[in-house]
Design a protein around this ligand. Sequence first.
Ligand code: C2E
Ligand code: CA
Ligand code: CA
Length: 701
Amino acid sequence: MAQNIAARVRSKEELRRFRMALDSSIDAVYLIDRLDMRFIDANQTATKTLGYRRDELLTLGPQDLKPDAGELERINRRFDEVVLSDSKTGMFETVHQRKDGTRLPVEVYLRAVKSEGRQILVAVVRDITSRLRAEAALRESEERFRVAFSQAAVGLAHVAPDGRWLMANQKLCEIVGYTQEELLRLKYQDLTHPEDLPADVELGRRMLAREIHEKAREKRYRHKDGHFIWVNLTSSLVWDAAGKPKYYSTVVEDISRRKRVEWELLHLANHDALTSLPNRSLLQDRLSQAIAYANRSEGQVAVLLIDLDRFKNINDSLGHDAGDAIIMEIGSRLSVNVRDGDTVARLGGDEFVVVLADVERVETIATLAQQVLESLAQPMTIQGHEFFPAGSIGISLYPKDGQDAQALLKNADTAMYRAKDAGRNNFQFYAQDMNSRALDRLKLEGGLRRALSRQEFVLHYQPQMDLATGAIVGLEALIRWQPPGQETVYPGDFIPIAEETGLIVAIGEWVLRTACAQHVAWDEAATFPHTRIGVNLSARQFKQQDIVKMVSRVLHETGCHATCLELEITESIIMENPEMAAETLHKLSDMGVHLSIDDFGTGYSSLSYLKRFPINTLKIDRSFVRDITTDSDDAAIAKAVIALAHSMKLKVIAEGVETAEQLHFLREQRCDQIQGYYLSRPLAAAEIETLLLAKRGSIQP
Ligand code: C2E
Ligand code: CA
Ligand code: CA
């Protein structure tokens, strides 16, 4: 019994401790008799939260805590579900009413237990007022963000690290012209101007490396309709809690209008209002740039200062409107005459400047100046009056006539006044010696245009000898120009101009026709049996014409066999456009025409490269042959070229052989053929006949 009592005391003590723990729980705990729907027990937290005394509460049941109609029914259903469930547990949210009538939102955990045959429900009830308040606050701030995001006056977007648009607001959609759905299917790369992409990629890299956090920049987006919009873009990278990049948060501001105004201001500051041409200040920039470029590339810059003749008269007699109209017309005439990289500027009044950047040949300047004068002289009708404007041009050259923009403009001005003194409507170079050269060039060009129709060209022929047999195996046709009453002009002095002006196409065809016809004539008379006729082709000819068609037509018309023709081309023709050259050369080769590489060694191509083309012969350039017996380098080059060419089954001919020593060396190196003064100078057809017939058998191979 004593033991019994002791056990009871102990269990009573445990019970008390348990009760204490229960009462101090932050959750309210109720025991509910399911059948009676009465509270059997409740902890202190329950009585405190509801404001009932314990004895009061134990007279009540769950229904007494329900302020709202229908809620009791719902609770009853929940109770049943719990009782019937396998786990005997359940959870729901509801509202409790305190004794004083106030309410509190709660979350209820239920467990159904059986005790002494009765169905008891243990309810653990937690006050969720603060949780709901936090949730509401969050919802509200999300809503506020959503509204702010969608209605913001600037474009806002979230962009995934790989560039996908994750979110974009209305304003951004308006800026880029896409709907939200369309935008979310794209990447920001699809919208970015290609030129701005590298900078964006670099920025992304630095943000991912955490080198920078936020960055504002100006860039261009492509609008859905294709045009580009300038935007100011501020972006920062947002990271998640695990330290992974989540998205770029970007603010996009349309600055197209600002940019346009900026450009307009810039344009106004740099251009002449009347003609829209660059003004003096932009001219100086451009000129300085051209000088800097020429400096690096060792090129030249030309400054043409153009002043209208007697413009003041027009202005005075017809008024400023007429004067303005003329100035505008002159401005546009000048613009059509220059190449893309060149500048036409208006200095003010009736003074214009043309800057020719990167001038290769001084001769082209004279041609252009002449063109400008001619285009200015075209009549124009202003206010019903017909005018024949004219101008005087002064020309200065960098680096020859001045080191900077200032000096060049000043000297062009000096030259322009000389042009006016010289009777207007002409041009003058600042450097006097240039004037005669330019004049020569113009005369030359004019003469060249007429030379074909006046039959002033002749062909000379230079024989080529086989070193093994001593036989003449070929004759190279070389053109000469014989203007009546003047000295013979050699191709070095007119072929470049013929190329520049395009005259080479007609001249080249004439050469081929004449050479082929000559060959046929010799063939019929059996003058030089088994020889080929060599004809030079220039690069421009190769580019401008369907050479294959032209050659086959001429062969057909003259009756010359394709195998009797050898076309000489330079390495540069091949290197300029290898694909096209290969195609053309193969067609010619298939026709039976022989092909040789002229001036071999002066270009940059390697023999192994040339292997891809159907070449028959290499012509070692004169410059190597000249010093072949005195310069060991040249000797080594000639030796190597011969050996390599032979390994590739190419014949080698040495050009410009003038001495017996050179011949001796070449023969030792097993060179196949020679051509040069040693054998004969190029001679007119009749002369070459007599010479070779006389020499027949006497040439010692
Ligand atoms: P090229 O094809 O290398 O012609 C050889 C040049 O060397 C010729 O000059 C010839 O007179 C010269 N020559 C020949 N043997 C010797 C020698 O032993 N010593 C020296 N010092 N020179 C020698 P040419 O006739 O003044 O021709 C110059 C260049 O003009 C030719 O060089 C060729 O590139 C071009 N050319 C000539 N005729 C034509 C043509 O009908 N059409 C084209 N497109 N170009 C041509
Ligand atoms: Ca040649
Ligand atoms: Ca040559």
